[in-house]
Ligand binder design. Structure first.
Ligand code: AOF
Ligand code: ZN
Length: 368
């Protein structure tokens, strides 16, 4: 039987400061992988720090367990201690045991949390702790916690990978000339940036058309040209067979071909492989398919100051025939990369309201 929670006091200044530290610790964890980046600081009743911990990747101890073992290894008594943790402690046994158990066994009597865990398997920690008589305060520095785990939280809440669509185009939105030549539209600094992004995702996806025409390696490379330590899964979507000698068979991440055109199926298969973040790199058919399916969470548009006037554009037919039906995005960030520009934008869900026709008065588009 669950007992009524005791009234808890708001977070103290020392706890808020510890949460800032826990967020810093969390950021040390790997950006890619199935698990969230989590940090934990253990405080004595007088607010002094007893131990710290952070999660180093799937299969390794959770942040809370890391902090508790650090304290116990030093012989520190945790009775009456407060755990300040960026994500609600888990209540499940997955790759490791439940953190609620670790905290209770150690004698922790108060837990301060930034973000509630949306993972249906792991969630419920707050309830378990409250039922055991522990004070729980949630929502401390929640904006910062949400920001740090933006991609992971969105993937878990949506039950599918976060989708970043990458486009690399000329100023007139083209990805190749009319003779098919496309190397290199964007500059070296833009390509380096794109490789750094690749090293942060779990999977890279291209359509078979791009795999056959561009023959990409689909690897993440460092500035010196070596393979980065983390190589995302290489995903080729479509039914056409790839030649044995295709470069995508070379050194790099595991290669999977998904012989389907159904975007929902692709994302479900990737989710089943614990992919939280997929970077869709083209071509126009796959780009259009993910946009039509409404699953694009973010667009990275690398734009080179070139004009071609003819040739395929980055995104295929979206079935949009009128300007009023255009897909609207919001620019989150613009960066200059050598001669090129990177625009990071997110699709708007409210585009109808924000795209009212011009008010009374002369039309704004009186072109002849
Ligand atoms: C982490 N690190 O510090 C915390 C996590 O199956 P597991 O054992 O790898 O558990 C993963 C889930 O545990 C994860 O999705 C999240 O909901 C919860 N908390 N996970 O990897 C941590 N605190
Ligand atoms: Zn845990």
């Amino acid at each position: 039987m669950s007992t009524e929670p005791r009234p808890t006091t708001a977070a103290t200044a020392a706890e808020v400061a510890a949460m800032d530290r826990a967020l810093e610790l969390a950021a040390r964890g790997p950006v890619h992988g199935p698990n969230p980046r989590v940090g934990c600081v253990l405080l004595a009743p007088d607010g002094t720090t007893l131990a710290e911990g952070w999660h180093r990747g799937a299969g390794s101890p959770h942040a809370e367990a890391a902090a508790v073992s650090e304290a116990l290894a030093r012989g520190t008594d945790l009775n009456g201690a407060t755990a300040v943790v960026t994500l609600e402690p888990c209540a499940h046994t997955g790759r490791t045991g439940p953190c609620t158990r670790v905290l209770l066994d150690a004698g922790v009597t108060r837990v301060v949390v930034a973000v509630k865990d949306p993972d249906p398997v792991a969630a419920g920690g707050e309830r378990v702790l409250l039922d055991a008589g522990v004070d729980v305060v949630t929502g401390v520095r929640s904006d910062q916690g949400e920001q740090l785990l933006r991609v992971w939280l969105r993937a878990v809440r949506q039950g599918r990978p976060f989708v970043t669509l990458k486009l690399a185009t000329t100023l007139d939105g083209r990805v190749a000339a009319s003779d098919g030549s496309s190397r290199w539209i964007t500059s070296e600094p833009a390509r380096r940036h794109a490789h750094a992004v690749r090293a942060t995702v779990d999977a890279l996806a291209v359509g078979t058309g791009t795999a056959l025409i561009d023959d990409p390696e689909l690897t993440a490379r460092t500035t010196s040209g070596d393979l980065a330590a983390h190589q995302p899964l290489r995903v080729v979507v479509g039914r056409r067979e790839l030649p044995v000698g295709a470069r995508v068979h070379g050194a790099g991440g595991e290669l999977v071909q998904l012989a389907t055109h159904d975007v929902g199926e692709v994302l479900a298969l990737l989710a089943a492989r614990e992919v939280r973040h997929v970077l869709v790199e083209g071509g126009p058919t796959l780009a259009a398919a993910v946009l039509r399916a409404g699953v694009v969470d973010e667009v990275h548009a690398y734009v080179a100051p070139l004009l071609l006037g003819a040739g395929p554009s980055a995104v295929g037919d979206l079935g949009i025939t009128s300007i009023v039906a255009a897909l609207h995005l919001e620019v989150a960030r613009v960066e200059r990369l050598g001669p090129d520009v990177l625009v990071v934008a997110t699709p708007r869900t409210d585009h109808r309201e924000t795209h009212e026709p011009p008010g009374p008065g002369p039309s704004t588009l009186e072109e002849s």
